[in-house]
Write a protein of this length. Structure first.
Length: 64
C-alpha cells in the first residue's frame, strides 16, 4: 500500500498505520509504471543479501 499527501508533493510506502481520524481511499489499478533509481548502488544491490531491507533503503537514499 502507498500513500500520497493531499498536495501530492510527498508519498511512499505504508508499513503500519493506526488511524484515529482522517480519510482513506483506495483505487483499483490495472496498469503500473515503475520508476527505479538510476544509481550504481541500486543496480548493485545483492538480492540474496541477508540485510536486503537496509541495502534497498540505502540505495533509495534513506537511512539504514
Amino acid at each position: 500500500m502507498h500513500f500520497v499527501t493531499q498536495d501530492r508533493t510527498t508519498g511512499g510506502h505504508v508499513l503500519e498505520i493506526n488511524l484515529t481520524k482522517g480519510q482513506v481511499s483506495m483505487e483499483p489499478l490495472y496498469q503500473v509504471q515503475v520508476h527505479l533509481p538510476n544509481t550504481k548502488s541500486f543496480a548493485q544491490v545483492n538480492l540474496s543479501d541477508k540485510e536486503l531491507h537496509s541495502s534497498i533503503k540505502k540505495a533509495e537514499g534513506g537511512t539504514q
